[in-house]
Write a protein that binds this ligand. Structure first.
Ligand SMILES: Nc1ncnc2c1ncn2[C@@H]1O[C@H](COP(=O)(O)OP(=O)(O)OP(=O)(O)O)[C@@H](O)[C@H]1O
Length: 369
């Protein structure tokens, strides 16, 4: 997949800009706060219809305007597609080849991207909630049905928590608890199963990619840490039983605290480099490389799913990697994945290793190739 051009109208600090992005590697260079990230963000928004930085679409509209527009041409295996996304006070409108899409979900996924930004370091360093969000977003991108199951689980969880709170201190009726448990376990098992499968596939690619970036010096292992001992069995009834047993074990505690203490909403992930946990023992560079390997593994998972490589967006990350890691990264992907990179300077980038690259200077909302 290839993004051939992008046009922005009243998008953040861009009044109007039109770029031909026909190179395999496209580098946006400029000082801080000029609009480099805004450009990558616009490409991300064109793919997913929402920003990675904000949930408020209004922030994407230029301060002097009340409508913003992103237009792009994507080359897919089956032909060229024109994508258009407009934001206004009334919401957003999406068009594919000039035809307005009634459902945004029909638009999302026409262009596929993987973004790696400095804040992704939190996947390794941050709280379990951040890792669950990473997991859910990644699985959701390749299996749309997953997000629906998550929503159903979240709904049951709220209702079950309300019941646990109201039952205290009078004690809960077992019959009522049984009803909530059955629903929680039904959706919970589906989520755990999907997460187990996804992590298995993610592990395979992340390990290979991480070994590549570190020239074989580091072995990365991704481990699923469910909130109870969940068997990696093909048979869902085993998981079902284990979840039920766990709920009966924590019942008194749940009633005391008025909340559900077991289930996928308390899952976590752990990363090991050469057998040592990366969150605790990894250096900043190792943690960053781990997060990067996970994101790059997603590239391969998307390709497995849709038969084409997505576009890669690297926001301000090259300077954070040492030369060797940078070179390995570029050599691994530049021939097969179209990449957009932002940087404040080229000193840290090994230009000699780049093939078919274009440089764009970004200054105060204007771009010069
Ligand atoms: N809705 C908006 N309308 C106009 N300008 C905006 C809007 N939102 C953000 N900006 C401006 O965009 C600029 C930030 O751009 P961006 O985040 O792309 O910077 P950058 O070039 O990536 O910088 P850095 O190297 O620091 O990451 C800021 O000057 C900010 O004031």
């Amino acid at each position: 997949m290839f993004l051939k051009s992008i046009e922005l109208q009243h998008y953040r600090n861009y009044e109007r800009v039109e770029l031909q992005t026909d190179s395999q590697v496209n580098i946006f260079i400029g000082p801080n706060a000029q609009g480099k990230t805004n450009l990558l963000e616009a490409i991300f928004v064109l793919a997913l219809s929402k920003s990675h930085r904000t949930s408020k679409d209004k922030e994407l509209i230029g301060w002097q305007s009340d409508t913003a527009r992103i237009i792009g041409e994507a080359e897919r295996k089956y032909g060229t597609v024109k994508l258009e996304l407009a934001f206004s006070g009334q919401g957003k409108k999406a068009k594919i080849n000039g035809l307005e899409q009634r459902k945004l979900s029909d638009f999302v996924g026409t262009l596929n991207v993987v973004m790696f930004a400095p804040e992704d370091l939190e996947i390794v360093k941050g709280t379990p909630g951040i890792r669950r969000r990473f997991l859910d977003m990644e699985i959701g991108q390749v299996q749309p049905g997953y997000l629906h199951t998550l929503q159903q689980y979240a709904k049951v969880l709220v209702q079950r928590n309300n019941y646990l709170k109201s039952a205290y201190p009078g004690g809960a009726q077992q019959a009522m608890l049984d009803i909530w448990n059955a629903q929680l376990v039904e959706y919970g098992v589906k989520i755990i199963k999907k997460r187990q499968n996804f992590i298995k596939r993610l592990q395979k690619w992340a390990e290979t990619i991480h070994a590549g970036i570190t020239a074989g010096t580091e072995q990365l292992e991704v481990q699923y840490k469910p909130s109870f001992e969940a068997a990696a069995s093909e048979d869902e009834s085993v998981l079902f039983e284990q979840f039920m047993i766990k709920l009966s074990q924590v019942k008194e505690q749940e009633l005391r605290r008025g909340m559900t203490l077991a289930g996928p909403h308390r899952d976590d992930l752990a990363f090991y480099i050469n057998g040592k946990e990366a969150q605790t023992f990894g250096s900043q560079g190792q943690q960053r490389t781990t997060a990067l390997s996970l994101k790059l593994a997603e590239i391969e998972l998307i390709r497995e799913e849709i038969g084409e490589y997505p576009v890669l967006l690297l926001d301000d990350v090259l300077s954070e990697l040492d030369r060797n890691r940078q070179t390995q990264l570029i050599e691994t992907f530049q021939s097969k994945v179209q990449t957009f990179i932002t940087t404040t300077g080229l000193e840290s980038v090994d230009i000699a290793k780049l093939q078919d690259a274009s440089l764009y200077h970004v200054k105060e909302g204007s771009v010069m190739r």
